[in-house]
Write a protein that binds this ligand. Sequence first.
Ligand SMILES: [Zn+2]
Length: 45
Amino acid sequence: MVVYKCFFCGKQISDKVLKTRFSCPYCGAKVFFKPRKAIKKVKAI
Ligand SMILES: [Zn+2]
């Protein structure tokens, strides 16, 4: 499952929701982006 984020209200929306209806169920926007899951950890040692 892929989770997108609404560009306007910032709510997380799964791709299942976007497949049935490509708009934010919260605010109706049609602009989404994919938040990056990989978080880089840097150790300063
Ligand atoms: Zn929204």
